[in-house]
Design a protein around this ligand. Structure first.
Ligand SMILES: Cc1cc2nc3c(=O)[nH]c(=O)nc-3n(C[C@H](O)[C@H](O)[C@H](O)COP(=O)(O)O)c2cc1C
Length: 380
């Protein structure tokens, strides 16, 4: 499958997914203002084309989140990715392994972390929530460790589940079985439906040990209600004690919060507003990135997500101090658009775009990009 940009993958996905899952992926909180703001912020920055610098070899690899990686982007945690395409989580793990990039297994992954950890060459991180039942969280940590996972991502921007209009219209997380309208929408997507039928009954495989419901929709509703809204900094300190590996906190948008995370032993931060799915009046992640990078200095790595749609966005985030970026919707769309082929198109295509932009900016590797960021980056 040829890569013609993430926007094309999105359009293909929209044609192939039934409404319930299409809306679940694309939607944001309230008026979806933050979804748009995340994209808009990338337009505030430009990369200066620079010439005559021998860019016959451009290396986009770098060391971030503790390992040498093939590219400066990763597949962030996306719940229900296995509903984008039958077997989707496994396809994503395989594509990430081929590209030399990490995949963060969502708590709400259809394939369990145990299953994904058996994919050859895979580099997994486990995304966790602190559940009301701390024993359950402890068990997730134990399982991650047993799978050989050395880094967990604690998501901290979901204390409240805000209204997402598209999901409300579809009854997602409220209904416990598909409505007639949902079933008709699925029937209108025969390719998706046939593959799903052949794959058998879908469940949140990652939460299967905890018996959270009798079917996928019931599990989705009950598991979301289990996320503990009363978390405080003490719980972060608790988690730091419980988990000996790399601790990454996702959903930090405030410089003082970032500093406090570092003081509590956080190894890396993901500056994220959950792709505009949580706080709608949130600033764009790119707009707060520089102040957070400055606040933590070299005590902590900073990764950015939300709204990354092009190679140039990635180069911009790196030039503003991120050590890497994470993708959410783009890999859900890639799966829906073309399964395994869609995933490979995304990872190779986006790598190509990063290489294009770096080369045209006259930088041959990440060290040069970091050293020359003041020369290559301009406010629009
Ligand atoms: C369909 C979907 C499901 C998601 N599920 C999770 C999740 O289970 N855990 C989590 O920490 N973030 C989750 N996220 C947020 C992503 O990890 C990421 O922060 C966000 O999608 C980045 O924005 P982008 O979609 O514009 O790339 C989800 C995002 C989407 C679109």
């Amino acid at each position: 499958m040829e890569f013609s940009g993430i926007d094309d993958l999105c359009q293909m996905a929209n044609r192939r997914l039934p409404r319930l899952f299409r809306d679940y992926v694309n939607g944001g909180a309230h008026g979806e203002v933050a979804v748009r703001a995340n994209r808009q912020a990338f337009l505030d920055w430009k990369i200066i084309p620079r010439c005559l610098r021998d860019v016959s070899q451009v290396d986009i690899g770098s060391t971030w989140l503790g390992r040498s990686r093939g590219a400066p982007f990763m597949l962030g945690p996306v719940g229900f990715a296995g509903m984008m395409h039958a077997g989707g989580d496994v396809m994503a793990a395989q594509a990430a392994a081929r590209a030399g990039i990490p995949l963060a297994v969502s708590t709400f992954s259809i394939a369990s972390m145990e299953k994904l950890s058996r994919v050859p060459g895979v580099d997994l991180l486990a995304q966790i929530y602190v559940f009301r039942d701390r024993d359950l969280t402890r068990d997730m940590l134990r399982r991650a460790h047993a799978c050989g996972i050395d880094g967990i991502i604690l998501t901290v921007d979901t204390a409240i589940t805000p209204m997402r209009a598209r999901d409300v219209r579809n009854g997602f997380r409220r209904m416990t079985r598909p409505s007639v309208a949902q079933l008709l929408s699925m029937a209108g997507r025969p390719g998706w439906s046939l593959r799903m039928l052949m794959a058998g009954k879908a469940r949140i495989g990652n939460l299967a040990p905890y018996g959270m419901g009798r079917n996928l929709l019931e599990e989705a509703r009950n598991a979301a209600a289990e996320i503990d809204p009363s978390l405080t900094w003490q719980d972060l300190a608790w988690l730091r004690k419980e988990w000996g590996g790399r601790l990454i906190v996702k959903g930090v948008m405030d410089a003082a919060d970032a500093r406090q995370c570092v003081d509590n032993g956080t190894d890396a931060l993901i500056v994220s507003n959950h792709g505009g799915r949580q706080m709608d009046p949130s600033p764009a992640t790119l707009s707060v990135l520089p102040e957070i990078v400055e606040a933590v200095g070299d005590r902590c790595e900073v990764v950015l997500d939300s709204g990354v749609r092009q190679g140039g966005d990635i180069v911009t985030a790196l030039a503003l101090g991120a050590s890497g970026v994470a993708l959410g919707r783009p890999w859900a769309w890639a799966l829906a658009a073309g399964g395994r082929k869609g995933m490979d198109a995304l990872t190779t295509g986006l790598s190509g775009e990063v290489r294009d932009v770096m080369g045209l900016a006259g930088v041959r590797n990440m060290a040069e990009l970091v050293a020359q960021r003041k020369q290559v980056l301009r406010r629009a």
